[in-house]
Structures are given as structure tokens and as C-alpha cells.
Write a protein that binds this ligand. Structure first.
Ligand code: NAD
Ligand code: MG
Length: 420
């Protein structure tokens, strides 16, 4: 399997590879998709569908959508499928009747799916629930296309260290990080000045703070450019998504917070840029379609011949515009940088509190503006209680995640009551 990127990363070794580190894939690449029934899963299956004969599906997983999972298993003749909800196993077995697909249920079955021998794994479970399955793939030295940013934010440096130790190869599937991955190859580590990730600005980019505070779920779910799962769409509206991505970039590419900038770019065409010491800025562009970065991961270290996404037509788009992010109206970004600088589990707390806050917002328990307030209050309480400590294992990360969720849940009632 691919060796780590010693050349580019030098002493800052990383499990993100260089293009010239050719991986030893079989002629027909075996593929596992964790979170196959979600939005990223859908895009991934679409790419597989468009290239019959090139890929063989080893395993697919979903949370509770038995019908969707079974239908994919039938279409792709998957060897194994796993559903996270244990109460759906009988239903899943029935839906797979007459096929040769084996199945399982519960967290252990999701982990089993990840641990089965597939050349390439898409890690697209949403939230920190994706950590253990992603680690199961990493531990067997797989090539892992990482869409799930929360697991990286939750586990921090530890995730990449473990990938490096196992000889796993992490391919960034998040569009901004995939753009950086493609642009970074233009120079070497010593020549890097900074990276810039772009943000669409979400549906509330031009809104007044008072309106953002009162935004409804339907308004938060109306993303101007991207079609995505519910959680990440809400995160995009609060700019928590960009905060998570700043942290994701730091861990993926061993960057300091000062080396990562965010630029609001409402058209979502330029996804990421890298500035080098000679003032050259190398960018990656593409239509806002996740099938493009996923295709890059799927084809890596080569490129697939033709993906199903639309080609970029810049003349038609006409204008690309950029603006500074507003840290006042979108405090999520400030909190992300602060937790990254704080380290010692703070990014785990940041992620856990956000997951609790988003669930509470969806349930109608808190206003949109309270999402960032709950994250901030949880971080403050965590630090005040002297809980910061380096994460040395997955268990450490999971324990902090659980404790931080409880802390956030305990702060929920007072945050819900407090006016902005
Ligand atoms: P989604 O909600 O559409 O899909 C999530 C998938 O995970 C589904 O298959 C669901 O069944 C499964 N799942 C949810 N909870 C689970 C659990 N507890 N155990 C096992 N499986 C579970 O989400 P999505 O938009 O596809 O995003 C997936 C991940 O990719 C997220 O981490 C997100 O931040 C990241 N990502 C998404 C996009 C995008 O365009 N959608 C872009 C970049 C990164
Ligand atoms: Mg992204």
C-alpha cells in the first residue's frame, strides 16, 4: 500500500500521500462505502455506477434506511452490508432475500464492514459516529477517502498518527481539502506560506445578526450551491462547517492555525488555494459537485477518464467574487480557531457541542443563533473545569466526546432560555 508522503511533508510526516506514491491496487478495485445511503454515499455510488467493471463493492453501510441499503446491495452485488440500527436486522435480512449478500447490524457490524478487505474505503458516516469505523479501515492500512471531517476533528492528531503507523493512505474527499491536496503538489513543504479554503457563506451570508439569530430550520436547509446531508447543511449556514474544515486542514496537512485562511467565495467554484514562497497561488476549480473531489480520490493516483459531473463553464459563470469572512456574525469560525489553538481535546469538545447544538436546533429546542453560544459555553466550562488533556488513543477521544456531549446537554436549558 502507499507509503507516506515523506518527500513533501518532510519532518511533518503525514498519511496524506503524494501523487507519485503509486498505490498497489488490484485491476478491479474493491470498494467499501461507509455511509452509502447518505449524500456523499449517493455521489460515490453514482461514480461507481458510471464505471461498470472497474470496481467491485465489498461492503456498504447505512444508519436506518434498510430499503436504500438493500437496493444498493442488490444493484452492486455487495458482499456485505451493515445497518447501524440493531432493530432493523430482520427487515434487512428480508430485503436481501435471494441475494448472496451477507449482513449485520449495530456498531460492531459497521466496524466489521470497514475492516473487511477492500482496496478503497469511502468514510462518509456523518458525525463523530464515523470515528471507530474510519479507524477500523485505517488500522488495516487501507486507502481511505475521508469525507467525514467530524471524526478527524474529534480524534485530532491521533487519527493521522494512527494512519501513518498503519501505512494507511488518507485521501481528502472534502472539496476544500481535496483542492489543497491537488494544489500542494506544486511545491514542497518549505515553500508553503499558507493555504486558503473557500466558503460559500451559506444562506445567511448577507443577513443581519438579528435575522440570523431567528433563522428557521427550513431557511438553514436552503444552501445556495451544494446539495448535502442535513447536518452539514446546517453547519454551512452557521459556518461551523468552515470551522470544522479549518481544524480538518490543520490535522490533515500538519498546518498551524496561522497557516490556514478562509475566504468567502459565494460561487463555490474555487475550492482551495495554496500560496507558495514565490507568491504563486495555486488553486483548484470545479463545479460545486461532490462527485468531482470524490472522483479524484477514486481514481487516485491516476484520474478517472470521465466523471458524471458537469464540466466547468467559466464564461457562463462570468464572475468569481471573494470577501473576508465575518467573525462577528459567524462566531463559529472564531471558536474553531480558538479550539485549534487550545488543543488538548478542545476540538473534540467543539465538535461534540456542535453536534448536540445542531440536534437541539433541529428538534426546535434552541434558536439558530444559540448553536454557537452553546458551543462557546461548553468550551468555556470545559476549560474552566481543567479538563484539557492530550488525546492519546481513540478511547480518549471517544471519552472526551461523550463527556463534552453531556456537558453541552446540561447547558442546553440555560442557553435555550437566554436571549441573544
Ligand atoms: P448524510 O446525513 O447525507 O449521510 C450520512 C450517512 O451516515 C448515511 O448513510 C447515514 O445512514 C449514516 N449514518 C448516520 N449516522 C450513523 C451512525 N450513527 N452510524 C452509522 N451510520 C450512520 O451526510 P453527508 O452529507 O453524506 O455527509 C457525510 C459526511 O461527509 C459528514 O461528515 C460531512 O461533514 C462530510 N461531507 C459531506 C459533504 C456533502 O456534500 N454532503 C461534503 C464534504 C464533507
Ligand atoms: Mg467542504
Amino acid at each position: 500500500m502507499a507509503s507516506v508522503a515523506l518527500l513533501w511533508f518532510g519532518e511533518h510526516m503525514s498519511a496524506v500521500p503524494l501523487r507519485n506514491n503509486k498505490a498497489a491496487f488490484s485491476a478491479v478495485r474493491s470498494v467499501t462505502v461507509l455511509g452509502a445511503t447518505g449524500s456523499i454515499g449517493d455521489s460515490t455510488m453514482d461514480l461507481l455506477r458510471a464505471a461498470p467493471g472497474l470496481y467491485r463493492v465489498e461492503a456498504l453501510t447505512g444508519n436506518s434506511n434498510v430499503r436504500g441499503l438493500a437496493s444498493l446491495a442488490r444493484e452492486f452485488d455487495a458482499r456485505f452490508v451493515a445497518i447501524a440500527d440493531p432493530s432493523r436486522l430482520v427487515e434487512l435480512k428480508e430485503a436481501l432475500a435471494g441475494t448472496r449478500t451477507e449482513c449485520g447490524a449495530g456498531e460492531s457490524a459497521i466496524i466489521e464492514a470497514a475492516a473487511r478487505p477492500a482496496d478503497w474505503v469511502m468514510a462518509a458516516v456523518s458525525g463523530a459516529a464515523g470515528l471507530k469505523p474510519a479507524l477500523a479501515a485505517v488500522d488495516r492500512g487501507a486507502t481511505v477517502a475521508l469525507a467525514n471531517k467530524e471524526c478527524l476533528v474529534c480524534a485530532g492528531d491521533f487519527f493521522m498518527q494512527r494512519a501513518q503507523k498503519a501505512g494507511a493512505c488518507i485521501l481528502p474527499a472534502d472539496s476544500e481539502h481535496n483542492a489543497l491536496f491537488q494544489a500542494l503538489g506544486s511545491g514542497n513543504r518549505e515553500e508553503l506560506v499558507r493555504v486558503i479554503i473557500t466558503a460559500s457563506g451559506g444562506p445567511f451570508r448577507t443577513w443581519d445578526p438579528a435575522d440570523i439569530e431567528q433563522a428557521t430550520l427550513a431557511q438553514a436547509l436552503k444552501h445556495p450551491n451544494w446539495s448535502m446531508g442535513q447536518k452539514i447543511t446546517i453547519d454551512s449556514a452557521s459556518m461551523m462547517n468552515k470551522g470544522l474544515e479549518v481544524i480538518e486542514a490543520a490535522y490533515l496537512f500538519s498546518l498551524t492555525p496561522d497557516q490556514i485562511d478562509v475566504l468567502v467565495h459565494p460561487q463555490s467554484i474555487v475550492h482551495g488555494m495554496v500560496e507558495f514562497s514565490d507568491q504563486s497561488v495555486v488553486a483548484q476549480l470545479g463545479a460545486p459537485d461532490m462527485r468531482i473531489p470524490i472522483a479524484h480520490c477514486l481514481g487516485w493516483p491516476d484520474r478517472i477518464s470521465k466523471g458524471p459531473a458537469a464540466r466547468l463553464d467559466l464564461a457562463k459563470i462570468g464572475q468569481l467574487t471573494f470577501e473576508e469572512p465575518d467573525f462577528e456574525r459567524f462566531p463559529a469560525l472564531r471558536l474553531a480557531y480558538e479550539s485549534l489553538r487550545t488543543g488538548r481535546g478542545a476540538t473534540t469538545v467543539f465538535n461534540a457541542a456542535n453536534e448536540v447544538a445542531v440536534a437541539a436546533f433541529i428538534a426546535g429546542q434552541i434558536k439558530f443563533g444559540a448553536i454557537a453560544r452553546l458551543v462557546e459555553a461548553t468550551l468555556e466550562a470545559w476549560i474552566r473545569s481543567g479538563n484539557l488533556a492530550p488525546l492519546e488513543s481513540a478511547d480518549d477521544a471517544i471519552a472526551v466526546d461523550h463527556k463534552a456531549r453531556n456537558k453541552a446537554a446540561s447547558l442546553l436549558p440555560q442557553i435555550a432560555l437566554k436571549a441573544s
